[in-house]
Write a protein that binds this ligand. Structure first.
Ligand code: FE
Ligand code: FE
Ligand code: ZN
Length: 289
């Protein structure tokens, strides 16, 4: 059966996220490790974590996909902003040891005019500093849409980051992976509509499918190659809507693909309430067969 869930609010704590996931038929979920706007963070409540751990094991959840606040830029041109990203990520990784075996999903960052090479250098520096030998969380670099000066719009960029961190600190290599976002990859110019197999073969050649650990399953409000990063509901964007040139079969091929179907799928589609996610989870489980 498909392992699928959506991004949930962490405002009410860990136990509450497990309950919210169950209420919509999910068996994984994503959450921000901290408030994207603010820096400080509440101390971990061991009872709250234990409440979630009990739900995860008794209800057969797949791995969770924690998300770094998107406001952090590990390759900012400003020292203070980079230090902030370092401190927060290092603290998050220590805290995630309370929930071992899950994923920590991160946007490589935006080089803000310093150039791709300098951006990659700073991201590699960040990862080698914040990750630690023996950590039980796997860090996932997200495939990006390529908007602005974003790093990670091409598979080659992710492969370079992974290779450099791995050669600088071989002990960290096994704790690095990729989260593929269907909206981002489509926006970056990879043709998921007509050539899913070709895109995955390219990923395999450049990064290696063994590095692919999670999928963000989103439709896109823009055509392939638009580099916009505007998410749409499943079936209402260019990937899933017939009128726009795609179709629901595009999502059927994604959720049933042998290279993807056993990975955790996370919805980041725009909905005002959990009922919208419950419907999409049901739809995609049905498509997966
Ligand atoms: Fe993301
Ligand atoms: Fe995403
Ligand atoms: Zn996005």
């Amino acid at each position: 059966m498909l392992t699928i869930g959506c991004h949930l609010s962490s405002a009410k704590g860990y136990t509450a996220m497990g309950e919210a996931a169950l209420s919509i038929g999910a068996d994984t979920f994503a959450f921000f490790t901290r408030n994207p706007r603010g820096g400080s963070i509440r101390a971990l409540d061991p009872d709250d974590v234990a409440g979630l751990t009990a739900t995860l094991s008794s209800c057969g959840f797949g791995p969770l996909v924690a998300h770094v606040p998107y406001t952090y830029n590990a390759c900012s041109a400003k020292d203070r902003a980079r230090e902030f990203a370092h401190e927060a990520m290092a603290e998050d990784l220590r805290r995630l040891e309370a929930l071992p075996g899950n994923y920590y999903n991160f946007h490589p960052g935006a080089h803000v005019g310093q150039g791709l090479e300098r951006g990659i250098e700073l991201i590699v520096e960040t990862l080698t500093e914040v990750m630690f030998e023996g950590q039980r969380t796997t860090v996932l670099l997200e495939t990006m849409s390529g908007k602005g000066t974003e790093v990670g719009g091409r598979f080659e960029e992710l492969a370079t980051i992974i290779d450099r961190v791995s050669s600088a600190s071989p002990a960290l290599s096994g704790r690095l992976g990729v989260c593929l976002d269907t909206c981002h990859v489509h926006d970056a110019g990879y043709d998921l509509i007509h050539d899913l197999d070709g895109v995955l073969a390219e990923f395999d050649r450049i990064v290696g499918l063994d590095r692919l650990r999670a999928i963000h399953i989103n439709d896109s409000k823009n055509p392939c190659g638009a580099a916009k990063d505007w998410h749409a509901r499943i079936g209402e964007g260019y990937l899933g809507s017939k009128e726009l040139g795609g179709g629901i079969a595009v999502f059927q091929r994604i959720v049933s693909h042998p290279a993807l179907r056993d990975l955790p799928f996370i919805l980041e589609t725009p909905h005002d309430d959990l009922a919208g996610y419950a419907r999409e989870i049901e739809l995609l489980r049905g498509l997966a067969g």
